[in-house]
Every structure is written in C-alpha cells, then in structure tokens.
Design a protein around this ligand. Structure first.
Ligand SMILES: [Zn+2]
Ligand SMILES: [Zn+2]
Length: 114
C-alpha cells in the first residue's frame, strides 16, 4: 500500500502519470540535486560558526546597520564576501539572524545612502 499521498507529476501535473520519460526526468532532477556540491564544507563550516557563536554569546543576533541586537533562534552565518560574488565559502564572516541576512541579500547593497 502506498505510504505517500499521490503526488502530481511535476512534468505534466497529472496525479497518476505513467509516462516513463517524465519519471526519468524526475529521477534526473533528484540525482542532480543530490549531487549538488553545496552541501559539504560550506554548510558544515557555517553550522560550526553558528554553534561557536551560540556557545559564546547565546542565541543572540548582534544586529547590523539595519536593526539592533536582539535574541534570535534563527541564526545564520553571513560571509564577509558573498560566495555568489566569488568569496571564499570558508572565509571570514559573522553570525546574524536569518532575516537580516536575507534582507541584505547577496548584493551587499545598501538601501538609501546614509
Ligand atoms: Zn508526467
Ligand atoms: Zn537580527
């Protein structure tokens, strides 16, 4: 018996798709995702940075130019030079809350010119 609810085929959106070509495409997607190199050193490194920060300071976001320090259970490591801009994935950075990190995005852009 099925352990999962029926899932729509992501290719044709039909609930019960028996098109082998579609199945193959889905398998390819899965394989590609599993192969993504992102997982390893960078993710571990970031997790370690957050862990070290929490050990020392607790679950606290130090704040940034947009918001003051506050307690946060959702901390992440923010690279000084974003990896997407060619920064070292294991390079320096700091711990901030995830919302501050995503608010800033990867572009290091500053809103307004204060
Ligand atoms: Zn399909
Ligand atoms: Zn914050």
């Amino acid at each position: 018996m099925p352990t999962h609810p029926p899932r729509a085929c992501p290719v044709c959106r039909r609930l019960s798709c028996s098109d082998a070509a579609h199945q193959k495409r889905v398998d390819d997607w899965r394989a590609r995702r599993a192969r993504r190199p992102y997982n390893h050193p960078e993710r571990t490194y970031k997790a370690e940075q957050v862990k070290a920060w929490v050990l020392e300071h607790g679950w606290v976001c130090p704040g940034d130019e947009y918001h003051a320090a506050h307690s946060s259970g959702d901390l992440t490591f923010d690279h000084e030079v974003p990896v997407s801009l060619g920064g070292d994935p294991l390079g320096p950075g700091r711990v901030v809350c995830r919302s501050a990190n995503s608010r800033r995005g990867n572009g290091r852009r500053r809103r307004g010119s204060a």
